[in-house]
Every structure is written in structure tokens, then in C-alpha cells.
Design a protein around this ligand. Sequence first.
Ligand code: NIG
Ligand code: FE
Length: 411
Amino acid sequence: MHVEEQIRLRYCGEEMKSLKTVSDAYLLIKDDRIHSFGISSEDKLRDIRMNHLQLTEIDAAGGHVFPSWVDSHTHLVYAGSRENEFVGRLNGLSYEEIAERGGGILQSAARLRLASEDDLFESAKNRLNEIMLLGTGSVEIKSGYGLDMESELKMLRVIKRLKEKSSLTIRSTFLGAHAVPQEYKGNKRDYLKLLINEMLPAIAEEKLADYCDIFCEKNYFTKEDALELFNAANRFGIIPKVHAEQLSHSGGIQAGIESNARSVDHLEFASAEDILLLKKSETMPVLLPGAQFFLGLQNPPARDMINAGLSVAISSDFNPGSCPSGNMNQMVSFACILYKMTPEEAILAATTNSAYAINLSHETGSIAIGKKANLFITKEIPSYSFLPYSFGSNLADRIILNGKLMNKNSF
Ligand code: NIG
Ligand code: FE
């Protein structure tokens, strides 16, 4: 069992090298919270049974107990799929070339605009169920396939309904600045004005977003656009996040830090200077190895970041274009295999540090007294390193969210 004596909001650099564990442990849950844990013994168990008469016992023998994964970056509300683009890339087209031909984000936007709120809710609910069974307990979900007032609101209302209904803890992000929609082609200025003057106020009014994100990239939005959007978002109390330095170096990290972003995400093209800037900030760098792997991009400087003493988080980027998977165990494996992160570093990056990226690390992301009882118990495994090692298996056997044992229809 991987545990924490005192709640830590994030782990930085060297601190990510060790994972505190308790063997032959007990863990007591009261209501939806972790009440206590420690080394188990006959006496201890007798004591617990005497003091807690309504006790339900779960035997985890042979398994390991982990805090649920936290996925701080997804686009899991979407309509349709984009395997045609996947095949296009296998035949030599790049992500940028596909976008130039009307594919990519605009393809998903065209489909989402036609989908009903109920259909979007149902498909997203199925994806949430799928990731819950893979061990994820908290997830951030972005808009950004609507790209007009009505469709962005539709997406955010779907996320709101998911928040209310799901056992997973959900945070929502307004990503109207994901791409310039077809009807504003060549007229980005006016689209930015729409985002700032009309969409943001309407979203703030309905309290539909915790965060505001932008795709800072050549042919999408610039660092200056990001600063302008975030200035407005901050005035509404909507916290910035950035898709930064994914396909090229565009200054997204700098814009994020200057705007007090909670996280800057992707970072394949982050520079040595960016690492120094991050070091002086409270902003979490979030790496998305699934998207990098799927698009065949270069590695972000993960080891340089950790060696410089930075905190690093890992998330999935679950979306139809660049990562059609929300399997966090696999993301942890990829972080080890691609970035040479150790199992300890990768597990902390996908739990506590990822929780920090959505301001949830006081509530979840580790086994600590008082935190939400969001856990998974694995099948019988020899060590915790067996988790990233088994990159294609689902070892999460029993899932506990908010202190309750989930089943495959729990949602
Ligand atoms: O995080 N980089 C921009 N946005 C998504 C991709 C979205 C899409 O292709 O639909 C990402 O990779
Ligand atoms: Fe993304």
C-alpha cells in the first residue's frame, strides 16, 4: 500500500524518487474518507471490529492498494471518431497537414455541433465508466469541440451533468480557444473577441468552468492571444491552463506562468529557459505521453525537469485526434519507457502531482488520513513496479470511490 503520513500538495525533483509503502496493512474508511491505516495485526483487527460494529471488510490479500489515478487533462466529451486521420498519418500525412485539409479539431467540431446534449452525455458517460474501471478516480474534462457559443455551452453543460451524476471527481475547462472555427477563418481577432466578450461572461454566469485553456501553437493561437484571454479569464476567477510547446516552441509556457496558470501541458518543445521559469513558479508541468506516442512526437525534457527539481505530472489527454485512450496505467508505463522516469516518479506524477494540476491534491491523489477514499486494489502482483511493467494489462481489480465499492455499471 502506497501511503503518505502528512498531506503533501506535490512532490518535486528528488522527492519523486521514493514511494512510501506499508506492507501487510489495514486501511479503515469511514463514510467517504480515509479514517486510518497502518500495519495490521490480530490485535489491531480485533480492536477495529469491536469499535466499528457496522464494518464491511474487504480482503486485499496479494493485491496492492493504490490511490486512484488523477487524470488532469482530457477532452473526453466528443462525437464520432477520427481513425481516418490515424490511417492518413500512417500514410505519411502530419497532424498539421491533416488539420490544413479540414481534418483535426475542426472535424470533431463539425460532428459535435450536430450531436444532441443527451447523446454526448451518454457517450462521455461510457468513457468515464471505462476509465473508472482502469483505476481513475478524478478527471478534468475540456470543452473545445464546439467553437461557437451554443456548442461550447452544450459541451460545458454535459460536463456539468457528468459532475453532478458521476462518482468520479470532475473539473471542467473552457477551451473555446482550441482552434479558429471555419466561419472565422482568416479572422482570428473577431473570434478572440467573441471568446472574451461573449462566451467567457456567459460561462462565468452559469459557473460552467473551473479553468480556461488555449492551444498556443503555430496556426492556432499565439502567446499574445493567450495573455489577452487569460487576463479576461482571471477577472472572472477562471484559472488559466495552457496547451503549450506541443508541436513547436510558441511561448505558451511563458504566457501561462505570467498569467498564474495552474498547469502548462504537453511541453515536447519546452526549452532550458522554460525550465528555469517553471522553477520560479507555482505552475505544474503536465506531460501527456499517450498523445506524444500516438503522434510520434519528440520526447519532452522530462528528466531535465525532474533533475532541475521541478514537479512533473502525467495525464492522458484522452481525445479522438491525438490520444484515443484514457488508460492511466498505460500513461505511467509510457512515462517510464519513453522518458526513463522511474516507477516511483511516474506513479507520483499520475496521482499527487496530477491532482495538484487541478487543485485537488488536498482531497485526493494519495492515501492519507482525511483524504477522499478513492482507491483501487490490484490483482495479485509481486511489486508496485509490476504496474508500469505490465503496460497492456488492467490490474485494477476492485475500485473504491468516495468510500464505496464500484461495479462495472456504477458510473
Ligand atoms: O491535446 N493539441 C491540441 N488539442 C488536442 C488534440 C485535439 C484533437 O486533435 O482533437 C491535444 O492533443
Ligand atoms: Fe489536450
